[in-house]
Design a protein around this ligand. Structure first.
Ligand SMILES: Cc1cc2nc3c(=O)[nH]c(=O)nc-3n(C[C@H](O)[C@H](O)[C@H](O)COP(=O)(O)OP(=O)(O)OC[C@H]3O[C@@H](n4cnc5c(N)ncnc54)[C@H](O)[C@@H]3O)c2cc1C
Length: 398
């Protein structure tokens, strides 16, 4: 590694895992560059959760109070019948589990902003670019950027999400590592014409659902259309028009607010379409390249744990790099200490069993019966998985 610093590290991806890793590596004396394919920081408004061990990570980063101030405090989730009549309302923790008194829920973009603010002065950012090729050789990794630049780094870390480009470059195509959970979804923002405040509304028919989240009191809603699909619609992934057509065809009809939602989806400028999937890798690194966050072990939004895993993984990877004698030992230590935690949280869901989005009439009827009779879905309040990793103290790192 170069002599002036602990080493140079290129991180691909500036969402959650990338900036969190940059924070800790900067703290330990590494020289960090972050490359992000988007032209600027992405500020998607959907709410994400920070729970269990990840709360301790953000406390150690010194950003807990800013995040508490951004807490969106969703007070209830109301489930609706196909005709729009209410089934019941529950506290969010009754659904996802966790500890209501300490868990945080913030807009993803707010967390990304807070992380960016914490590192912007000490970190080089390259927006609107990405890694085109990697040549991992004895003393470093030669990186060719899509924009044409070429540089050499001691280490490269992929924090570029579920469909990680870095992962493909070092471990090959995604398919063998991709575990499709049987759903696709479209997410987008729309005007809050329903007067919702600090709450979510979930409408279900077998195999298709619509969720609206009022993140606070704002005049925008986050709309979310998840639907069951036996095979992932690969042909739609690279074509936004095909995505819109697919979603509109699945949500044909005039139940509840569905026509309003599909119209908003058609014109949304922030439409986000993807599969509900997990990533399971035999290893999280190869040579001088490692993966963190969704790139390494995406758990899917059904677990509500993607962000927390990303924050914890970043802390553990940086700490290992700061304390182990070399990157090989560090990557091994990172994986040894973090893999079980990631896998426990991935196991919170299995294919086709999403309680929020039942696929068959029988499963929906059963789910609704459970909802009517209870204040929490069976077995869903205790979540030891959220806190299953105790953070080591890397503060003594040289
Ligand atoms: C609609 C929705 C709802 C969710 N709800 C929750 C929730 O309630 N709770 C929760 O914990 N999690 C939730 N998640 C999941 C959560 O957003 C992710 O698990 C978490 O953001 C993982 O962070 P990450 O930094 O690893 O990856 P991402 O957030 O996916 O970030 C990857 C970054 O890499 C960039 N990138 C991609 N390709 C390249 C490239 N080739 N070159 C450079 N940069 C690249 C992307 O632009 C992005 O900025 C939700 C996700 C979605 C989509």
């Amino acid at each position: 590694m170069s002599s002036s610093t602990r080493g140079t590290v290129l991180i691909s991806g500036a969402s959650i895992a990338g900036p969190a890793l940059a924070f800790w590596l900067g703290r330990y004396g590494f020289d960090v560059t972050v490359v992000e394919k988007a032209a600027a920081l992405r500020n998607g408004g959907y709410p994400i959760d920070i729970r269990g061990t990840a709360l301790e990570v953000v406390r150690r980063m010194g950003i807990l109070s800013r995040l508490r101030a951004a807490h969106v405090d969703t007070r209830r989730i109301t489930f609706l019948n196909p005709d729009g009549s209410p089934i019941t309302s529950l506290r969010p923790a009754a659904l996802a589990g966790g500890d209501e008194s300490s868990d945080l829920e913030v807009r993803r973009g707010d967390l990304a902003d807070v992380l960016y603010d914490a590192i912007r002065d000490d970190t080089e950012f390259i927006f609107d670019d990405s890694i085109a090729a990697l040549d991992d050789r004895e003393g470093g990794v030669d990186v060719t950027f899509r924009g044409g630049g070429r540089r050499t780094f001691d280490l490269v870390i992929g924090a570029d999400g579920l469909h990680s480009n870095t992962r493909s470059l070092v471990l090959g195509p995604e398919e063998p590592f991709h575990r499709y959970l049987g759903y696709c979804f479209a997410g987008f923002t729309l005007p809050n014409d329903l007067g919702l405040s600090h709450e979510g509304v979930i409408w279900n028919e077998p195999g298709r659902a619509a969720a609206l989240y009022a993140v606070g009191d704002g005049d925008e809603l986050f709309g979310f259309l998840p639907f069951a699909r036996p095979e992932p619609p690969f042909t739609a992934f690279r074509d936004p028009d095909a995505q819109r057509d697919l979603v509109a065809s699945v949500y044909a009809g005039d139940r509840w607010e569905i026509p309003r939602l599909t119209t908003a989806m058609r014109t949304a400028d922030d439409l986000f379409f993807d599969v509900v999937s997990q990533i399971h890798l035999p290893r999280w690194s190869a040579g001088r390249v490692a993966l963190v966050g969704d790139a390494a072990h995406a758990p899917s939004f059904l677990t509500g744990q993607g962000t927390s895993l990303a924050l914890v993984g970043a802390y553990m990877l940086a700490g290992a790099l700061a304390t182990e004698p070399d990157h090989t030992a560090a990557f091994a230590a990172y994986e040894r200490s973090t893999r079980t935690f990631a896998e426990m949280n991935q196991a919170l869901v299995t294919e086709g069993n999403a309680a929020l989005f039942p696929s068959t009439p029988e499963a929906l009827a059963e789910r609704n019966a459970a909802l009517r009779g209870l204040t929490a879905l069976p077995g869903d309040t205790e979540r030891p998985e959220h806190s299953a990793l105790t953070l080591p103290d890397f503060a003594a790192a040289p």
